[in-house]
Design a binder for this molecule. Structure first.
Ligand code: AMP
Ligand code: GLY
Length: 436
């Protein structure tokens, strides 16, 4: 197990924090927040068995806005930190503001950058951001006519939130036609499919980049590369993410500067101009194309599992950074990052992303956490009646490693994976292959 970094502060301040969420991303955030000398109390709703080691978990669902606000008021917390997007699109940040609570995460109006793909393309087109040629349709006939004009490959997207499943990268016109019919006519994603986008298919390496935003100032964080397919060699269905590493060698300092200058800052300005400034962490989904970085999508939160590798590399006080973002003070702030590489392997329940069993026993985490350079983040875990660790979700553990090189980080992570005894789970064996 890694000792979290320690920080010293000149002024004595006390900070009580409510963290919302219960996955691997939130365990990483809790671990980093717990290292802050500012922190005097940490609750997590609902948390998981690993988060319980660093925070007091409270059984409030992450989408129960009134109960979260009431709890935060009762404990007089100084900051609410929101992990997942759902509570943000439901207005948790707005409800906190109305109750006089500081909240790290955008308003519902600004969270539309994740909640609506057409909204994002409208904002970023107005801001002159390099993206993909796109068109929106609420009529399937008009969508088909556009498809015949453009041909394949083409990307078909449901406009609204579709649990990460509303995107079809169609290699043929027939595939695209089937996607249009499924999303618009059969409503396989419900009302999220009332409107669709047809987008130019971007080609290149995909990278996730994160920027901390206070409404007017954006501070670059770091980049990571996710592995979305369930199987080795990027095969099989899409998942929430089976592993990640940071930094991705393809994401150079020059590319970062270009992304900040041409994508992040213009988008932030456009959001402010519209009266919906973006405060929180902007997740910039990028395609590194032959003609430079282009925007695939924004999310309004940290990635999972990207957050796990970012937190392992962050050398500044996370709590101080989130406070500066909330208080509009990022222009006086900077973040330090380790030059080391971090890599996380997601261990998921057998069957994921399809149906899977829960409550299967997991042992060996003590041994796994003794592996030099290894760090274990819990996602879907819980305790059984005897206190034993059991699975409680699809993605269950994030087994991470840090090292001087990506190879070292990889080896530490997989040595720890091999120490975990969980017959009910599996993982990809090739996380980081692009860079190794
Ligand atoms: P999203 O739900 O927007 O994250 O899209 C899911 C995945 O679809 C992305 O991670 C990309 O791999 C792919 N994708 C989305 N839009 C495009 C595009 N315009 N060109 C190529 N791939 C895309
Ligand atoms: N790992 C991708 C995501 O968090 O959306």
């Amino acid at each position: 197990m890694l000792a979290p970094p320690r920080f010293t502060v000149g002024v004595r301040v006390t900070m009580k924090v409510l963290l919302v969420g219960g996955g691997g991303r939130e365990h990483a955030l809790a671990w980093a927040l717990a290292a802050s000398p500012l922190l005097t109390g940490l609750w997590c709703a609902p948390g998981n068995a690993g988060i319980a080691d660093v925070a007091e978990c409270v059984p409030i669902a992450s989408e129960d806005i009134p109960a979260l606000v009431a709890f935060a008021k009762e404990k007089a917390v100084d900051l609410v930190v929101v992990g997942p997007e759902a509570p943000l699109t439901l207005g948790l940040a707005d409800a906190c503001a109305a109750a006089g609570l500081r909240c790290f995460g955008p308003s519902a109006a600004a969270a539309r950058l994740e909640g609506s793909k057409t909204f994002t393309r409208e904002v970023t087109t107005a801001a002159g951001v390099p993206g993909a040629e796109w068109a929106r349709f609420s009529d399937a006939g008009a969508a088909r006519a556009y498809l015949r004009e453009k041909g394949a490959p083409i990307v078909v997207k449901a406009d609204g939130l579709a649990a990460g499943k509303g995107v079809v990268v169609a290699e043929t016109v027939e595939e695209a036609e089937a996607a249009i019919a499924g999303i618009m006519e059969d409503r396989v994603h419900g009302e999220a499919g009332a409107t669709i986008l047809l987008e130019e298919c971007l080609v290149g390496q995909e990278v996730s980049f994160f920027a901390l935003c206070d409404g007017t100032t954006a501070l670059p964080m770091a980049a990571a590369q996710d592995h979305k397919r369930v199987g080795d060699g990027d095969t099989g269905p899409n998942t929430g993410g089976m592993g990640a590493y940071s930094p991705p060698p393809a994401f150079t300092a020059a590319i970062e500067a270009e992304v900040m200058g041409r994508i992040v800052r213009p988008s932030l300005e456009e959001m402010a101009r519209r009266g919906t400034p973006f405060r929180g962490v902007l997740f910039v989904g990028l395609m590194l194309t032959a003609t430079g970085p282009r925007l695939i999508e924004f999310n309004v939160r940290f990635g999972d599992p990207e957050c796990q590798v970012l937190m392992l590399r962050l050398q500044s006080d996370l709590l101080a950074a989130l406070l500066a973002a909330c208080d509009g003070e990022l222009d006086h702030f900077s973040l330090r990052w380790s030059n080391e590489a971090a890599l996380v392997v997601v261990m998921a329940a057998n069957g994921y992303p399809g149906p899977y069993a829960k409550h299967t026993p997991i042992v060996g985490l003590e041994a796994a956490s003794q592996v030099p350079g290894a760090q274990i983040f819990h996602a879907g875990t819980a305790r059984d009646e005897n206190g034993g660790l059991v699975s409680a979700g699809g993605r269950v553990l994030g087994v991470a490693g840090i090292g001087h090189t990506l190879r070292e980080a990889h080896d530490a992570a997989y040595a720890a994976v091999d120490a975990v005894d969980w017959p009910g789970g599996f993982c990809r064996r090739d996380i980081g292959w692009r860079a190794l």
